[in-house]
Design a binder for this molecule. Structure first.
Ligand code: SF4
Length: 453
């Protein structure tokens, strides 16, 4: 479904769409307050952007350094060129361990690779242990936001869901009660899993260690109880030195939720005695994006979600309207890079107001890239209606005579035009718009009449 159609569906429930808008805006407000509390905020953004620029210019060097250090630390490193290879690697490790159930903490990369349905088809039970992810997993939905996967749901929806799935008290919407029920349910799953899968927020080239940031401690719980840890990491997640974390950890949580830091920033360096750590490094279109000069800096993204929280389109149309793993402004740049045709409507789902670029902690010029994608998509897939109307308009604007004639014609006929000319299914532009009232005379006529006054 195209973005406009999916957004129309979401907007049918006006009250819900307004609630979604206000909820996300509240988080944007928190981000503002939190970032303003640090005088050096802009300096941190500059630093983060520069570090990521350096990483992208030397990605091969840092990846090799990271791999060598990780191997030295006893981590088993795997390389996956795409989602298929990533899923096969994970499955082969699980099969080697005779593993039938895994626990998984939040990982956008595994969503991108559709790991859950792939493993489930092989008879492996996958339990998402992040509370929001578990909620959407129960509903067989993808996350609607990269940081708050169930932000589209209200307390009463979760209460009803938990009553059905976890047999909680009917109608009890108390968040503490519901969270405790989820905690007990997940505790059982943690205790039974031999393998834990996590994403990776930062891989440190200098030391070969990697970091997983969570607010619930679910990644740590899974990893410490399981014998095998599989960490799935996009190759752009590298940072050169451990001390660079001083920059990224300060901007990540503040941009995401307004917290000073995530509750858990866990470092994984080498396997504990008798355990195994596997690291799967995934390309899946990232090197292709790196080769696109205009779009390569979208790879600087640290997945904080701030651009979603501020975007007037995301807030009003909801995460599912994008139909992509990463929704919102950054997703509208990344997704056409993976499949330009499928995601051709996404770069147009923007007012180009630039608010996304203003809040981005790594200073990605998001709105400029959205504009660039529009040019690319129009070049490749055309925009027949728009092309014709622009040609017609250009012909009229180029000729004063044609301009005057069409003006006087429209002033006469606009009042008697049948409504169907504007409001018809072929003219989606006409939806929710009214024709202007035609003035009695043109500006030129008015000027001639009044210039001596
Ligand atoms: S593009 Fe920037 S604001 Fe958006 S998720 Fe990525 S880092 Fe955050």
């Amino acid at each position: 479904m195209s973005h406009p159609k999916a957004a129309t569906e979401f907007l049918k429930d006006q009250a819900n769409s307004q609630w979604h808008d206000e909820t996300l805006w509240m988080i944007r407000d928190k981000r503002d307050a939190s970032s303003k509390s640090i005088p050096e905020w802009e300096e941190l953004r500059d630093l983060a952007s520069d570090i990521k620029d350096n990483v992208l210019s030397n990605l091969d060097k840092y990846l090799e350094q990271f791999e060598a250090q990780a191997l030295k630390n006893g981590i088993k490193v795997h390389w996956a060129k795409d989602a298929k290879e990533h899923n096969e690697i994970v499955l082969s490790i699980l099969q080697e361990k005779n593993c039938e159930a895994i626990v998984k903490s939040k990982s956008i990369l595994t969503e991108e690779c559709h790991l859950n349905p792939y493993l489930e088809k092989q008879g492996i039970e996958v339990v998402d242990t992040d509370l929001g992810e578990r909620i959407v997993q129960f509903l067989h939905q993808p996350p609607s936001h990269i940081v708050m996967p169930a932000i589209h749901l209200k307390k009463r929806d979760i209460s009803a869901l938990f009553h059905e799935k976890l047999h909680t008290e009917k109608g009890n919407e108390d968040p503490i009660y519901l969270t405790n029920a989820a905690r007990l349910h997940l505790r059982e799953k943690f205790l039974g899993a031999k393998v834990a899968i996590t994403g990776v927020n930062f891989g440190i080239a200098e030391t070969g260690e990697f970091l997983v940031c969570t607010n619930e401690g679910n990644a740590d719980m899974g990893v410490h109880l399981a014998d095998t840890h599989i960490a799935c990491m996009g190759i752009e997640k590298i940072i050169p030195r451990r001390k660079d974390l001083g920059v990224f950890l300060r901007i990540l949580a503040r941009s995401a939720t307004g917290q000073p830091i995530t509750n858990y920033s866990s470092h994984f360096r080498s396997p504990a005695k008798g355990k195994e750590v596997h690291l799967v490094l995934v390309d899946n279109g990232r090197t292709r994006q790196l080769a696109r000069e205009k779009f390569k800096n979208s790879l600087k993204c640290i997945r904080c979600g701030a651009c979603m929280n501020t975007c007037p389109i995301y807030r009003r149309s909801g995460g599912f309207s994008y139909g992509s793993t990463v929704p919102g402004p950054i997703g509208s740049i990344l997704s056409p890079g993976l499949d330009m045709k499928k995601y051709s409507t996404l770069p147009f789902a923007s007012t180009l107001c630039g608010s996304c670029s203003d809040v981005c902690p790594v200073k990605i010029n998001i709105h400029e890239q959205l504009y660039e994608w529009r040019q690319e998509i129009t070049k490749h897939h055309g925009a027949v209606g728009k092309g014709l109307s622009m040609k017609l308009a250009s012909g009229i604007f180029k000729s004063p005579l044609a301009y005057q004639f069409s003006g006087s014609l429209m002033r006469k006929v606009i009042k008697s035009l049948p409504k169907s000319v504007i409001y018809n299914p072929l003219n989606i532009w006409g939806k929710s718009r009214d024709l202007p009232k035609a003035p009695k005379e043109s500006f030129q006529d008015w000027y001639k009449r009044n210039r001596h006054e």
